[in-house]
Design a protein around this ligand. Structure first.
Ligand SMILES: [Zn+2]
Length: 259
């Protein structure tokens, strides 16, 4: 749908501001630290960051990626998350329009961003995101025109069920924990927000891309298959692709099979 450029700009700014908060979540959640206190500070010198140095994307450029006080380099991660959060906000509004269901979807995408970077850093997916995520996704389905309650419940069951079986099988065969319990809960959350079809789609896509990446890492490190590859980012990628291209990709695939 056509949305005026000014709207898009505001939506982007909103998304980037949320992204700024997501950075805090990514940085503090794994260490069980408070999200509101203390206020933002430079991890290098401890100097508090004033609001005018905390403007999403803008401050990073103005400060040329360095702390004003000690000149420590600000990781590229911060503006990347802010930009991604802003762009996803615009993309969701463009695809689904300005409606509350789109806001729910955006909250879900924001959660995926946090999960992705925490999983890359620490190989964990915090329950504090996935448990409330399942509840919020399910609750939203009662009022949503995008998804039925039945679909959300099936999504949770299929998501948790399939991955539990796969994880168990993988463990029995390799005696390695290839997939953690965090992945199971993440897939349940994906099911709650997007329904059971999205779960199947996400598993297909996530395992295909994840396996390739895992092979690449294993080849590069020459450590063999034991190298742990965080699976969360690939599941998140699958869910994101479903949000924007899911129905198209599914019908393309069905056509391919039917030929
Ligand atoms: Zn500093």
């Amino acid at each position: 749908m056509a949305i005026p450029i000014l709207y898009k700009f505001f939506v982007f700014a909103f998304g980037a501001a949320v992204g700024s908060f997501l950075n805090v979540c990514i940085y503090r959640l794994p260490n069980s630290r408070s999200l509101i206190r203390p206020r933002s500070m430079c991890p290098q010198c401890g100097a508090p960051i004033p609001f005018y140095d905390n403007i999403p994307l803008v401050s990073y450029m103005v400060l040329r990626a360095r702390c004003r006080n000690c000149s420590a380099v600000i990781p590229l991660r911060y503006p990347v998350v802010e930009a991604a959060s802003g762009l996803f906000a615009v993309a969701i509004v463009m695809r689904y329009g300005l409606r509350w269901e789109a806001l729910v979807l955006y909250a879900f995408v924001a959660a995926l961003l946090v999960v992705t970077f925490i999983d890359i850093d620490h190989q964990i997916i915090p329950n504090i995101i996935t448990y409330p995520g399942v509840v919020v996704g399910l609750a939203a389905s009662f009022f949503s025109e995008f998804i039925t309650v039945k679909d959300a419940v099936l999504g949770i069951a299929v998501g948790a069920g399939i991955l539990l079986v796969v994880a168990l099988g993988y463990y029995l065969v390799t005696k390695n924990e290839g997939m953690g319990g965090g992945d199971v809960k993440l897939l349940a959350m994906i099911g709650a927000f997007l329904g059971w079809k999205a779960v199947i789609f996400t598993i297909f896509l996530g395992s295909a891309v994840g396996t390739l990446a895992g092979l690449a890492v294993a080849l590069k490190s020459r450590k063999g298959r034991k190298t742990a590859v965080a699976f969360g980012p690939f599941l998140s990628l699958g869910a994101l692709l479903y949000i924007f291209y899911g129905p198209e990709l599914i019908s393309w695939y069905v056509h391919l099979l039917g030929r």
